[in-house]
Design a protein around this ligand. Structure first.
Ligand SMILES: [Cu+2]
Length: 154
C-alpha cells in the first residue's frame, strides 16, 4: 500500500510542479498619454506543459481591458481587437510590445500618470488566473520605434 502511494505521488509530482509554475507575467508596464486610455506591455511566459490562452484581462483601473494587436492594412497601421485571445505554446514566451500585441485599457477610472501602478488580473481559462502589477512608464523607449511613430498615443 505504501509503495503504491509513493508511486502515485511520484507520478503526480512533476505535474504538480509544472502546475505550480503556471503562467508568468514578466516586466509589465503601462503607457498612458491621455486621461481615457492606456496600453500595457509585458511578457507572457508559459512554464506549463500545455498550450495556454490568455482569454481576458480585468482591472479596476478601467471600464474595459481588451487584447489588441497592430496590423498593417493598405500601408496604414491599425489596432485590431484579438477576440480569440493570445495562445502561448507550452514552454514558450509571447511578448506584448509597442507596435505589436498589447493590452488596451479603455475608459480609465482615474487618469494614470508616470509612476502610478495598477493591478491586472489575467484569465488563462483552463490554465488558471494570474495577477500582475504594471507601473506607468511613459518615458520607456523600446525597439519598435517605427511602428510606434505610426501609432501616436500608444
Ligand atoms: Cu490598442
Amino acid at each position: 500500500m505504501k509503495t503504491l502511494t509513493l508511486a502515485a505521488l511520484a507520478a503526480l509530482l512533476p505535474v504538480a510542479a509544472l502546475a505550480h509554475d503556471g503562467m508568468h507575467i514578466n516586466d509589465a508596464y503601462a503607457r498612458s498619454t491621455n486621461p481615457r486610455t492606456a496600453a500595457v506591455f509585458l511578457q507572457l511566459a508559459n512554464h506549463r506543459a500545455v498550450d495556454c490562452t490568455l482569454q481576458g484581462i480585468s482591472t479596476d483601473a478601467a471600464e474595459r481591458a481588451e487584447l489588441h494587436t497592430h496590423l498593417e492594412a493598405d500601408g496604414v497601421m491599425r489596432m485590431t481587437h484579438l477576440e480569440e485571445g493570445i495562445t502561448v505554446p507550452a514552454g514558450e514566451v509571447h511578448d506584448l510590445v509597442r507596435g505589436g500585441d498589447h493590452v488596451m485599457l479603455l475608459g480609465l477610472t482615474r487618469p494614470l500618470t508616470q509612476g502610478d501602478s495598477l493591478t491586472l488580473a489575467f484569465d488563462f481559462g483552463d490554465c488558471g488566473t494570474e495577477e500582475a502589477e504594471a507601473v506607468v512608464d511613459n518615458d520607456r523607449a523600446e525597439a519598435a520605434a517605427t511602428a510606434d511613430a505610426a501609432h501616436a498615443g500608444h
